[in-house]
Design a protein around this ligand. Structure first.
Ligand SMILES: [Zn+2]
Ligand SMILES: [Zn+2]
Length: 238
């Protein structure tokens, strides 16, 4: 595809002119070198986004509006620092590394899987100069040889950062709209960088389900905060 060739060529030229340094070890070449990426991947254990229990892809304890879930990092400060650099300091090069980290934890997905990025507020896209979740979703689709579609859009420009939990849940319910009608037989993988309260992803999944989608999966790079220890200890007791 000419567009991809152009993008790849531009990236090669830009890497030659302004090479990246690994943000963890400082090695020249890329923003996250293969060695540091492998170290991060070897530490990975999948955990439930809601309660923090170690899981394979589903949590038997938490009623969530999706059937499979994967998260790369659970409170890892290095990953959180990289996400902050990506989002708040517009270090666009992290998108490749993040997509590759998410890809490393996914099993072989059905061929018809469509990757859906959680839509970003337009003001944030303008401020950063790019849509951070869309970039990760596109890179992930390229790695996994799947398609990426913005099936969900923003209905209102509500701000999530810093909002209290109940306010975030109420905002999220009204924040999204369906752009393209989903189909019951298609598999959908919703992508986000960080799971905080889960209000955005759960609202999107509920919207998709209402519109007829049956197969919903979720993958996020990091879960913020600490596990819900009440639920965790409850599960360990049983
Ligand atoms: Zn490194
Ligand atoms: Zn759980």
């Amino acid at each position: 595809m000419p567009f991809d060739v152009k993008n790849t060529t531009l990236r090669i030229i830009s890497d030659l002119l302004c090479p990246h340094y690994c943000s963890l070890c400082g090695k020249i070449g890329s923003i996250l070198c293969d060695c540091c990426k492998n170290n991060l991947c070897s530490d990975h254990t999948n955990q439930c986004l809601s309660c923090g229990s170690p899981i394979y892809d589903q949590c038997p304890a938490c009623p969530l509006p999706f059937s499979n879930q994967w998260t790369f990092s659970f409170g890892d400060n290095q990953i959180r620092a990289m996400i902050d650099q990506y989002k708040y300091h517009s270090v666009r090069a992290y998108s490749d590394a993040f997509a590759s980290l998410i890809s490393s934890i996914l099993p072989k997905l059905p061929q018809d899987t469509i990757i859906i990025p959680v839509p970003t507020i337009q003001r944030h896209v303008r401020e950063r100069g790019f849509d951070h979740t869309l970039l990760i979703a596109k890179q992930l689709a390229r790695i996994q040889r799947l398609s990426c579609e913005a099936i969900i859009g923003r209905a209102k420009n509500t701000i999530q950062v810093g909002a209290a939990k109940q306010l975030r849940i109420n905002q999220a319910k009204a924040a999204y709209k369906i752009i393209t009608q989903p189909t019951p037989e298609t598999h959908y993988l919703i992508i986000d960088d960080v799971w905080t309260t889960g209000s955005s992803i759960c609202s999107i999944c509920n919207l998709l389900k209402k519109a007829g989608a049956h197969h919903l999966m979720v993958a996020v790079l990091a879960r913020s905060g600490t596990p819900d220890t009440t639920l965790l200890s409850h599960r360990q007791l049983h």
